[in-house]
Design a protein around this ligand. Sequence first.
Ligand code: PHE
Ligand code: ZN
Length: 877
Amino acid sequence: MSEPQPIFLSDYRPPAYRVTRTELTFDLDPHATRVKARLHIERHPEHEAGTPLELDGERLVLKRIAIDGQPLEPDEYQVGEAGLVVHRVPKAFLLDTEVEIAPDGNTALSGLYRSSGMFCTQCEAEGFRRITFYPDRPDVMASFSTTVIGDAEREPVLLSNGNPVERGELPGERHFVTWEDPHPKPSYLFALVAGDLRKVEDAFTTMSGRDVTLQIWVEEENLDKTEHAMASLKRAMRWDEQTYGREYDLDLFMIVAVNDFNMGAMENKGLNIFNSAAVLTHPRTATDAAFQRVEGIVAHEYFHNWSGNRVTCRDWFQLSLKEGFTVFRDQCFSADINSAPVKRIEDVAFFRTAQFAEDAGPTAHPVRPDHYIEIGNFYTLTIYEKGAEIVRMLSNLVGKEAFRRGSDLYFERFDGQAVTIEDFVGCMAEASGQDFEQFMRWYSQAGTPQIDAHGEYDYANAEYRLILRQRTPATPGQPEKQALHIPVRLGLVGTKSGRDLPLTLEGETLGTDTVIHLREEEQEFLFTEVSEAPVPSLLRGFSAPVKLHFPYSREDLAFLQAHDTDGFNRWDAGQRLSLLALDDLIAAHRNGVEKVMDPRVVEAFRVLLEAQPDDKAILAQMLTLPSEAYIAEQQPLVDVDAIHAARTFVRQGLALALRDDFLRIYRENQDDAPYAPEPEQIARRSLKNVALAYLMAIEDEDAVQLAREQFEADHNMTDVRHALTLLVHSSRSDIADPALKTFGETWAHDPLVMDQWFAIQVTRPQPDVLDRVRFLMAHPAFSLKNPNKVRALIGTFANQNPVNFHRADGAGYRLLADTVIELNRLNPEIAARLVTPLTHWARFDEDRQALMKGELERIRAEKLSPNVYELVEKALA
Ligand code: PHE
Ligand code: ZN
């Protein structure tokens, strides 16, 4: 067998043949579904007669093939592992094929598969080729008609894209529905669902007065978990009208919840398919975080109707065209309807931990990659989140109004087309008159740029000189980097007044908050008329996805935490202050020196706790220490034990020093009101629960009782899960064990709650956890075939329990590698995602490096899917 080969952006050629219309008939059967396809095909005028017709196809058994009604002779075509070639075809013709596929055996969850007894599809990126022979590429767009034939009893509900146009009975207790989708679409947006589903229905009137029916389809037992998704959908539809002028374009919009799904959700035209975890909520089963995630994902998929579906990607290298833009859109939506600063803090905290790590590792790639082996490996934080940061920078650079003009232009000019990132940025350039030539490097250069900044205040001349230097580290395949255009939003906060000072730069007055443009490798900015010594507040709102170093003293940081007018930077100053203290403690731990708590950190927390908070959600964020993963991200060499010990020490130190404040905060924010996923309530809960977590860090006897009461009160899942987690992660197994048991028994019937039950247990910091992981893998509620279960148990263990995953004896690595090897056969996409923690071996000490590489090599010795192959090769390169 030859090694999988990469494909290159530079090899892109427009298709020789296009499909203008696709007519499909599915005769559903779990083991042997028949798919008939009638394709209306035309040769592109630029291609000569005699150009063979090449169609993608995998795991299809061809039963019949005909052109314009004439069956083909065996020597007129050829079927291979990857598809079908017809040697000679007319200029325009009808191609009829019939194939057989086996949904039941499809454990990869790509193409047509079964989940909890229902049929469903996943076609992005290249799943449609597992359904029928087709030019399975996004630049081939056709209108679709789909007839679904199913068993009247087993599949009373038969869904596909568009509007239902015909239905009827068939012999043998069968029935059918025909769907017509008038909007030309690429094959990756095709969807089919068939099963015994129930619906919740609502309606939406669009801005031009059209009525749209909204449906959410679920298994019967989940009918009471759809309210929040429906409300979120309606809010998203309104928001997209108001913010982008985008109206929905069909009479029907459907969401279906499925239990087995590789990703969060999928934007298929008119028929979004969701991982049940990304759509179902109930106060008793879902946490605040889950409610907010559902809101964001429902909006994200809905927004794709324009940014992705009406205007789609020319090829998969352009993936961030739809994903980066749509993530930016969903982030703005969530910011608008919740707390904007908190949303930004959460997004950036996640981004700087996970995307920075990706960008610094062996799989680092540009937001627009120039080659890949398996596109399924490129649904990454870089494509999604860094792509969104780039769109955010664009939006800030051109300003709100020009951005809207640019997006209007983009949607109008390219409606119904498959386009590139240049097309998008070109519209922004046209609408704003700005030049983005240098800016485009953000799309082609991998790696996180680092800015080293320093400043000097000249008292005599009332000047502040700020010097910025940028450098992007080498990444695989990109040893040299060019300077980027980096927008740095800033203010100068006067140390006397505690206020933002008016800014004058090169004679221009700029208000108290402005953006400077770093374009050179090194640049100096001279602010004049600076009446007092300032502390600079740099990169406000995280104005660019970079690492910023400035030699702040701890006093500077405490000052910024108290005075910065930018909520994000106020939070960030606190994080930086904690990181400095944590650094000392990590060093002390490594050197075997006694740890001492920095009184400045205690003081900063005391100030926070004792002020009247105007925003409780922000306060909760400010009271949260950087995660172990983010601390690790700052260290030259990751020492998981030292990091864990240092962070635990700070938590305990704060709890001891500020016990009464935490207790008071807990009590003040207790609330018996009926649960609502609303910002005000969520803020109170998060503040209360942060306080409880500090108290549990010292296992304060009052706190243990409060945690127990909070668990037993059973008021909502946020509180229950938090209390249970604190108990399970404490040494109080006398309370934790029975509580876990009760929880597990109460929710044995609910897979989404059982996922949480798994996650709570495998994040336990105690050293016995690996046995628990193994034990839980044998639990009847666990299954390697269900991606949510794999993520909840194995993924959570490997990614969120650093001290135990990185056990010095390598047992954590071994367990992960064993799982990857098994999953490689079942579900390559999930297997590849799971390998990630092992690929970061270079960040650890030599012994761990050897153990991690050993496991990667053990994986490499297997017969690998292209997905796992690509990752392991990069990791060992
Ligand atoms: N396109 C989906 C989204 O971001 C994600 C997805 C990719 C889902 C591939 C399934 C498979 O909204
Ligand atoms: Zn998306």
